[in-house]
Design a protein around this ligand. Structure first.
Ligand code: FES
Length: 142
């Protein structure tokens, strides 16, 4: 039995976005999904507006950002599993910084620099190094 409105992607079950201007971002492995209307996300003060970091901060989801979203560290490193084509092109500064990231992959981005430029669905993973960082009690105070 299958529901026509439900898709499976990388182990994540998702329904179709409610309208054509919706952005849906799922952070793995927490499997937390956030939706908003493209171009209407309030700026959360760190990273580029409507970046993956901005999405996380808007939803009180922890994505480390030690440099405050200024492309000066690698703690906001994410691996994009779905929706890479919806993100801004990587510039030289981001590429240079990512070269120093632990667990670098061909689909790595800096969450503070990767801006969502089109509506659609994204699935991104926070690499294990960053997850360990959180689990060891280094998450910021609320
Ligand atoms: S928060 Fe430092 S590079 Fe993104």
């Amino acid at each position: 039995m299958s529901d026509d409105k439900t898709k499976q992607s990388g182990g994540v079950a998702t329904a179709d976005p409610p309208n054509e201007n919706t952005v849906r971002v799922t952070f793995m492995p927490a499997n937390k999904t956030f939706e908003f209307e493209h171009g209407k996300l309030p700026y959360a003060d760190h990273g580029k507006p409507e970046s993956l970091l901005d999405v996380a901060l808007n939803n009180d989801f922890f994505l480390d950002h030690a440099c405050g979203g200024n492309c000066a560290c690698t703690t906001c490193h994410v691996v994009v599993h779905k929706g890479e084509e919806l993100l801004s092109e990587m510039d030289d500064d981001e590429a240079d910084k990512l070269d120093m990231a632990a667990g670098l992959t061909l689909h790595s981005r800096l969450g503070c620099q990767a801006v969502i430029t089109k509506p659609g669905e994204l699935v991104v993973e926070i690499p294990e190094w960053n997850r360990n960082y959180v689990s060891e009690g280094h998450a910021p105070k609320e």
